[in-house]
Design a protein around this ligand. Structure first.
Ligand SMILES: Cc1cc2nc3c(=O)[nH]c(=O)nc-3n(C[C@H](O)[C@H](O)[C@H](O)COP(=O)(O)O)c2cc1C
Length: 205
């Protein structure tokens, strides 16, 4: 039996080109609901989701970002700007914005819509960053951070990106630089010894 959640996760791809068809309110509401139900530290829910359908604003934002992305913003009927308030959770606000973004991207895909995640968060909060420029256009207060911009629409084309194999990214019990650990091919755990007493060649990794 196909698991609908796994199917949605595995089939979602970034979409850069959209049909001009509008999104009905029920679908848009479901996408926003998916963002609302993302987890957050101590359930702080530090979000604000700005739905931008205004053509002039979309055009202004599209001119700021690189060409592929600008095209996605211009062709999608709307985008969602995912903002977070660090005052509500100074520790994990980036992850909380990311969790909400991914929830919304998956919900959109499950409804036959496409998205592309544009990372806008600027680590150093630079003055000429895309984040600052887009915050200015959307009138987002200084203390709020803009984690992502998510154009949403009906896909014109599908994406085809693949992924590394599980065995390339999974380790068991402890970290290893080696990529040859097959799932469940467990290695006996060895207590790390004090560095000064341990020749590097005998380390398990
Ligand atoms: C944090 C983050 C930031 C991203 N920023 C951009 C971006 O600025 N421009 C872009 O074209 N794609 C961006 N993407 C989309 C990735 O390129 C895309 O997810 C990745 O290539 C895998 O393709 P898929 O989403 O079709 O599976 C971003 C994705 C994430 C998660």
């Amino acid at each position: 039996m196909v698991n609908a959640t796994m199917d949605t996760i595995k089939k979602r791809r970034s979409i850069t080109n959209f049909l001009s068809k509008q999104i009905d309110d029920k679908k848009l509401n479901s996408i926003l609901e998916a963002g609302r139900w993302a987890p957050s530290w101590a359930n702080k829910q530090p979000w604000k989701f700005i739905v931008v359908s205004d053509e002039t604003i979309r055009s202004m934002v599209s001119r700021i970002v690189p060409s592929v992305f600008g095209y996605a913003i211009r062709t999608a009927p709307l985008f969602i700007a995912v903002c977070v308030n660090p005052d509500l959770d100074p520790y994990h606000y980036v992850e909380e914005g990311a969790a909400a973004t991914q929830n919304m991207a998956l919900a959109a895909h499950s409804l036959g819509l496409g998205t592309i995640w544009m990372g806008t968060f600027s680590l150093k909060d630079e003055r000429d960053s895309n984040e600052k420029k887009i915050k200015g256009i959307l009138k987002i207060p200084k203390k709020w951070r803009l984690i992502s911009v998510l154009p949403v629409g009906y896909p014109k084309f599908q994406g085809h990106k693949t992924r590394k194999e599980l065995e390339d990214i999974v380790n068991w019990n402890y970290f290893s630089e080696r990529n040859d650990l097959k799932p469940r091919q467990e290695i006996e755990y060895k207590e790390p010894r004090k560095k000064s007493m341990t020749p590097s060649s005998s380390l398990p990794y």
